[in-house]
Design a protein around this ligand. Structure first.
Ligand SMILES: Cc1ncc(COP(=O)(O)O)c(C=O)c1O
Length: 388
């Protein structure tokens, strides 16, 4: 079983939906599926704006967002809270955009006051966009997107607000229009429970205004023909559609909407708190600790566990080779300093308790003496939920 922070577990319903022969790509069922997906993706992001589906991963979604809204020499402000927003900035700089990073740490969310101060200082409004992740999958921090929007508004700054929800959409509350987000990016392979291969981008009215002055557009990423309903279905994808992936995503969104999006947010919250309780219990008698100290800033989709003397690679290797559990390695500035537990998408208590129980067995097998069981602590969190 994989417990990495994406790609995540694919439900049988999604796999079965993808296992089907080729269909017409100009007419019929597939066209209806695409229309329903674009509408439901907008509903999921809580926007009246447009959704785009590209044959891409998250990096492709990043590139689509940048190329459709910015011009050569424009400046963007990247809000650092780990590995991924700076990665988005690197992609932008390779496209000819000037990138400034608002420095952050590897264990805290972005500070809205620091954003506000930087934007107030930008009196000439040189900064054309602010780029941030909702969840940094490397550090497992969760940024407060409405608070960052308020900081932009308090600074009375016109920059576009672009948010990466690649590791959060479908698992954490997100309200594109109500929160004043202009561009949002996601991908199929995390809480959306679909194999890697679909990069997803949403654009609101301010993004379309920026589109008109952008000069980085390319034939593949350009929103224009993709949104032009007078063109054939083929052009929604700038070419041949990802047929089986579309059927898969349709099944995944059906699962999500059948459960209820808000119920899915709640399920992720309970499961995440049970992981945090487990790590806290192990922390009593080992060197393991949660990377994110403040409970409100912990992601509900991934947990980065720090180690100092415990050999995290040996633990991961043992879980993988002897017990069939694949845990995530640490990335970016945290490489070699711990491991990550992915808990997003198609996940329920037996699956998660199995993961935590296997980690606990791995800790015991590698010589740890545990005063408190992490599994018992996690079960107690889940029990409180079951009692309601
Ligand atoms: C928050 C976040 N942004 C961007 C990416 C990059 O996505 P991809 O690896 O699909 O290109 C990832 C990948 O894990 C991510 O977690």
């Amino acid at each position: 079983m994989v417990a990495i922070p994406g790609p995540s577990i694919i439900p049988d319903q999604v796999l079965s939906a993808m296992h089907r022969p080729m269909v017409d790509i100009y007419d019929g069922e597939l066209v209806e599926v695409t229309q329903s997906l674009l509408a439901d993706l907008a509903t999921l992001a809580r926007t009246s704006g447009d959704a785009f589906i590209a044959i891409a991963n998250g990096h492709g979604a990043w590139e689509m967002a940048v190329t459709n809204t910015l011009a050569r020499g424009d400046k963007v402000l990247v809000l650092e809270s780990g590995h991924f927003a700076p990665g988005w900035g690197t992609m932008a700089s390779m496209l000819g955009v000037e990138v400034e990073v608002l420095p952050g740490t590897l264990c805290d969310p972005v500070d809205p006051a620091a954003l506000e101060a930087r934007l107030v200082a930008d009196t000439g409004h040189d900064i054309k966009a602010v780029l941030v992740v909702q969840v940094d999958t490397g550090t497992s921090v969760c940024n407060d997107i409405p608070a960052l929007r308020r900081a932009i508004d308090t600074a009375v700054h016109p920059a576009l607000f672009m948010v990466d929800c690649i590791a959060s959409l479908g698992a954490l509350p997100f309200e594109m229009d109500a929160w004043g987000v202009d561009v949002m990016v996601a991908a199929s392979q995390k809480a959306l429970m679909t194999p890697p291969g679909l990069g997803l981008v949403w654009a609101g009215p301010k993004a379309w205004e920026a589109y008109r002055r952008s000069d980085l557009r390319t034939g593949y990423w350009d929103w224009g023909p993709r949104a032009d309903l007078s063109l054939a279905h083929y052009y929604r994808f700038a070419g041949t559609p990802p047929v089986q992936h579309l059927f898969g995503l349709r099944a995944a969104l059906d699962l999500l909407f059948d459960e209820g999006v808000e119920s899915a947010w709640h399920r992720h919250d309970v499961l995440a708190r049970s992981v945090h309780a487990a790590v806290d219990a192990w922390a009593d008698s080992t060197d393991l600790s949660l990377n994110i100290a403040a409970p409100a800033a912990r992601a509900a989709t991934v947990t980065t566990v720090m180690t100092s003397t415990t050999d995290a690679e040996a633990l991961r290797g043992l879980c993988q080779s002897r017990a069939g559990l694949t845990l995530g390695r640490t990335v970016g500035g945290l490489v070699g300093r711990g491991f990550r537990i992915g808990h997003m998408g198609h996940l329920n208590p037996p699956m998660l308790l199995g993961t935590l129980g296997t980690i606990e067995a791995g800790l015991l097998a590698t010589g740890a003496t545990l005063e408190r069981s992490g599994v018992a602590a996690a079960a107690a969190v889940i029990a409180t939920e079951l009692a309601h």
